[in-house]
Design a protein around this ligand. Structure first.
Ligand SMILES: *Cc1c(COP(=O)(O)O)cnc(C)c1O
Length: 365
């Protein structure tokens, strides 16, 4: 048994979560968001589990080209669009779809001669004030794109919700109210909803759903968990106990001696640390799973190791599996302890962590 950390990736859970997306908003198209290496879960290994998605979406051109090189031939949207002519040519050469969010991109499309027209998604800034054109600018931009030889048919309208993860926030209703008149006026399919929109805001479902986080089995809301939405965690991050030692009452544990043993006790050392993407900023309430039971993390998180209070785990032995998050310990909870969000923990897994995919439909795992 290796003593190094491993991220176990459950492709069956991903398929289940994709079905949950469809159940939440029947009849809509699904653009599965796989930016940042599928939120740290590992591409292209996960592609077979996504083969029922209607399209995939990434943030950047480079991510899209990597997926094409890996053999993905389906619809593929670059959410950040392209910045210059050579990127545009590459996007066209690989049949990518582009989000258009600035005037200079529209002019570039007008000037360029492309091997074939591209599907374009026109992004409307309805209140997030990050990417997108102001609603008042959209009809003219839409017409100009629709008239361009570089654009396949009419552009599709999209926007992005800034506060959908708070189900009581009135700003989501305001964003939808800013978007709907344009959608009615210009026609064609539209895309609004991220995971929080899909789960919490039926009025945002539109024609194309853009789930990211929920596909990986994580709730986007701060006040509930994935199980409340029948989502299954895709990643289980685990390692093993690499040492167990008896430490006397009053002795400190780890860097800075921040934690002092309250009695003579057994302390376990597990092989994972911030060098693997496990968060360093953890309060005393932080726990891991050992034999399916929670064990406190004591002392500072080091680069390669953490130390555990084994007083309630008399049967623990070197080599035993320690789960950091995933099945049995939601990453949402770890994120709350660390004062962060699940997105950063999942994306923050470093390259020295081995990824092992399990997929009952293929022979791997
Ligand atoms: C990342 C992203 C999504 C997915 O968001 P989740 O909250 O992970 O579901 C959807 N749309 C856009 C434009 C994004 O950048």
């Amino acid at each position: 048994m290796p003593h190094a950390p491993i991220a176990r990736i459950n492709a069956n859970a991903l398929r289940h979560n994709l079905n949950r997306v469809r159940a939440c908003a029947p009849g809509r198209q699904v653009m599965a968001v796989v930016k940042a290496n599928a939120y740290g879960h590992g591409l292209p290994a996960l592609l077979p589990a996504l083969d029922s998605a209607d399209a995939l979406a990434v943030a950047r051109l480079g991510e899209a080209l990597t997926l094409r090189q890996a053999g993905y031939t389906g619809r593929l949207v670059v959410l950040g669009g392209v910045a210059d002519e050579s990127a545009l040519q590459e996007a066209a050469g690989h049949s990518l779809e582009l989000v258009v969010h600035q005037h200079h991109q529209i002019e570039m499309l007008h000037r360029s001669r492309l091997p074939r027209p591209l599907t374009c998604w026109l992004k409307v800034d309805t209140g997030m004030h990050r990417l997108g054109l102001e609603p008042a600018e959209v009809p003219a931009a839409f017409a100009r794109l629709a008239a361009s030889d570089a654009v396949a048919g009419q552009p599709l309208l999209m926007t992005h919700l800034a506060n959908a993860d708070d189900r009581g926030d009135p700003r989501t209703g305001a964003q939808l109210a800013a978007f709907q008149p344009l959608a009615r006026q210009l026609g064609g399919p539209v895309s609004i909803a991220n995971s929080a929109g899909i789960l919490g805001w039926p009025a945002s479902h539109g024609d194309w759903l853009r789930p990211g986080l929920m596909l990986y089995g994580v709730s986007p809301f701060a006040d509930d968990s994935a199980a409340d939405h029948d989502l299954q965690p895709v990643m289980t991050l685990q390692t093993r106990l690499i040492a167990i030692k008896r430490v006397s009452r009053g002795e400190p544990i780890g860097y800075g001696g921040r934690w002092i043993c309250p009695e003579d006790m057994m302390v376990g050392v597990a092989g994972i640390g911030y060098g693997d993407g496990y968060p360093r900023e953890l309060p005393e309430s932080a726990r891991v799973l050992l034999h399916g039971k929670r064990a406190p993390v004591v002392g500072r998180v080091s680069m390669d190791m953490i130390t555990l209070d084994l007083r309630d785990h008399a049967d623990a032995a070197v080599g035993d599996a320690v789960v950091l998050w995933g099945e049995g310990l939601p990453v949402e909870e770890v994120a709350r302890w660390a004062g962060t969000i699940p997105y950063t923990l999942l994306c923050g897994i470093t390259s020295r962590v081995e990824m092992a995919i399990h997929d009952s439909r293929t022979s791997s795992g």
